[in-house]
Design a binder for this molecule. Structure first.
Ligand code: A2P
Length: 324
């Protein structure tokens, strides 16, 4: 009998990140990924493609490639739904779009509460309260994090999600969260790659018993298409990475991804290309030495590509830092 996944320790170390996949490519990419052996999908309301992710999951199940129970599906609560009365409806919308009756993991996407936007007005609402306004604004809402967490606990107790956690929290927010959580957060998802190793935050999360997922595990590559990085910032050209690639007969991307899981984190690289999907999963037949792990970790330069303190001001006209 196949195993039913429910505990955070069942989360497969490599998942498919669904951010930035065009709606038109999403269902096919999900099917290709499941065919390639992916059993972990990392979705979010904000990615705007949950319906198409659901179509892909339904198709893969129909083709007999996988059962629901063999998949690990994560999604995230968007910033406009932090008030307690909006958490369950937001989750139910995600479940309906994904065609699922439970999630394996539901995460608070950002420690940023924005003013509520009804589904019928704009879905997903993204960052601006009303993009049609003459001067569209990003509008923070006064919702404390503990209120949102209590509502996350309620949907967990209701059986709609098996685990709950947070993304983009810093150490101070984690300490605070653990001071009031009735259900301990099971997972932390953060940006991490060799240019942003985040050793202290990851150590704290693990000390607190959380699983850690690194998004953008390939670093700058995630941000090229958004114009937020350029190829000169790619970690794949670094000697430490290229040397390890030659030594193990692997690609530089596989070395960086292997480094990510060998640190004990899960990673969620995105690709829409079947060949790269397979490449990114083919990292379990070799091991990096301590010296190789250290040489890659030494590339750290605390370079954060995904920083609301930068992109909110540049794109939405509001200075809203969450990391210092
Ligand atoms: P593509 O979808 O064209 O393969 P993220 O950091 O958000 O996971 O995004 C990863 C980025 O790196 C995507 O733009 C993806 O583009 C690209 N990518 C994914 N896998 C590889 C790989 N093995 N080698 C090079 N680029 C990759």
């Amino acid at each position: 009998m196949s195993k039913t996944m429910s505990s955070i320790t069942d989360m497969p170390p490599v998942g498919l990140g669904l951010w930035k996949i065009e709606k038109t490519d999403t269902a096919a990419t999900v099917v290709d990924a499941i065919k390639a052996g992916y059993r972990h999908l990392d979705s979010a309301c904000d990615y705007g493609n949950e319906k198409q992710v659901g179509e892909g999951i339904t198709e893969a199940i129909k083709q007999g490639l996988v059962t629901r129970e063999e998949l690990w599906v994560t999604s995230k609560l968007w910033n406009t739904y932090h008030a307690k009365e909006h958490v369950r409806p937001a989750l139910e919308r995600t479940l309906e779009d994904l065609g699922l009756d439970y999630l394996d993991l539901y995460l608070i996407h950002f420690p940023i509460a924005l003013e509520y936007v009804p589904f019928e007005k704009n879905y997903p609402p993204e960052w601006l309260f009303n993009p049609e306004d003459d001067n569209p604004e990003m509008r923070p809402a006064k919702v404390p994090h503990h209120e949102t967490w209590a509502a996350m606990e309620d949907v967990c107790e209701a059986g709609l999600v098996k685990n709950i956690g947070v993304c983009n929290y810093n150490s101070g927010l984690l300490h605070d969260l653990f001071s009031y959580a009735r259900i301990a957060p099971a997972a932390l998802q953060i940006e991490s790659h060799p240019y942003l190793t985040q050793d202290r935050l990851i150590r704290l999360a693990k000390d607190l018993g959380m699983a850690v997922t690194a998004f953008s595990p390939l670093g700058a590559l995630s941000y090229l298409q958004l114009g937020m990085a350029d190829m000169s910032e790619s970690v794949l050209v670094q000697d430490a990475v290229k040397t390890a690639a030659a030594a193990h007969g692997k690609t530089p991307a596989q070395i960086v991804l292997r480094w990510g899981i060998q640190r004990g984190n899960s990673i969620i690289p995105k690709s829409t290309k079947a060949e790269r999907l397979r490449e990114n999963l083919d990292i379990f037949d070799f091991e990096l030495s301590h010296a190789e792990m250290d040489a890659i970790a030494a590339l750290n330069q605390n370079r954060r590509f995904n920083d609301p303190g930068n992109f909110c001001e540049a794109a939405f006209g509001r200075f809203h830092p969450i990391y210092d």
